[in-house]
Design a protein around this ligand. Structure first.
Ligand SMILES: [Zn+2]
Ligand SMILES: [Zn+2]
Length: 236
């Protein structure tokens, strides 16, 4: 009888030698049955793996999850996955070419991970910012628990959002092929933009990568208006 019980148990782990197509492919576990203290992270990773493009499902917290924990865990997950984009950027984002962290012409972003904020090259800004985000999110002074998040600590998440977002915008405006390839696989910029919009963690004016349907429409309208303004007008 023991052997029979063993055979129906679902193992949720990747054994050595697991093939790429079988990676993380195990049956969905209901949230109520996730009994570890990392259940919210486990749930988020599970729904992302199921369909990374389904923002409604991914961003809707299970009924019993606290709002602060939900924001914290989502941001943590984005930072984790952003390392994948940083890795790709490393191949192309040359510190002698991308001397500063820029997206559009409008701003140069100073790297906040130094005693005095300074102009790190774009790739150094990316590395330092992801390191800084992970140091903060793992700082037990601000985040001693992953079950309860203090209100005063939630306010720290907004600045992490603003800083890591610049990695998306730099990739979009300066390394578009890398951005498009990464985004097609992960939908991470769409997820992050939907997340900060839904939970009001960044203002719309800072979200400069057109990725939400409303942003794409606005960008197209602005481009059309600019083209109309520069093309010679003719009248009969
Ligand atoms: Zn670059
Ligand atoms: Zn730096």
């Amino acid at each position: 009888m023991a052997a029979q019980v063993e055979s129906v148990r679902a193992f949720r782990r990747n054994e050595p030698g697991t093939k790429r197509e079988d990676w993380n492919r195990w049956a969905m576990l209901p949230f109520e049955e996730m009994d570890s203290s990392l259940n919210v992270q486990q749930w988020i990773q599970q729904i992302i793996a199921k369909d990374p493009s389904d923002m409604d499902v991914i961003l809707t917290p299970p009924a019993e999850v606290d709002d602060g924990v939900w924001k914290y865990e989502h941001l943590r997950q984005v930072c984790l996955e952003l390392n994948g984009l940083a890795l790709l950027l490393q191949e192309e984002c040359d510190p002698t070419v991308c001397l500063q962290m820029t997206a559009t012409e409008q701003w140069i972003f100073l790297c906040a991970n130094h005693k005095n904020p300074k102009e790190c090259s774009a790739i150094d800004y990316t590395r330092h910012t992801l390191d800084g985000a992970s140091t903060l999110l793992n700082n037990s002074k601000y985040f001693p628990s992953r079950i309860n998040i203090k209100e005063s600590s939630i306010s720290k998440l907004g600045s992490v959002c603003r800083r890591v977002y610049r990695i998306f915008s730099h990739a979009y405006f300066h390394h578009r092929n890398i951005f498009d390839d990464f985004e097609a696989r992960t939908h991470l910029c769409l997820r992050f933009t939907s997340f900060v919009t839904k939970f009001e963690m960044m203002s719309a004016e800072h979200l400069i990568v057109p990725i939400l349907p409303s942003q794409i429409a606005a960008a197209a309208a602005a481009a059309a208006a600019a083209a109309a303004a520069t093309s010679p007008t003719s009248s009969a």
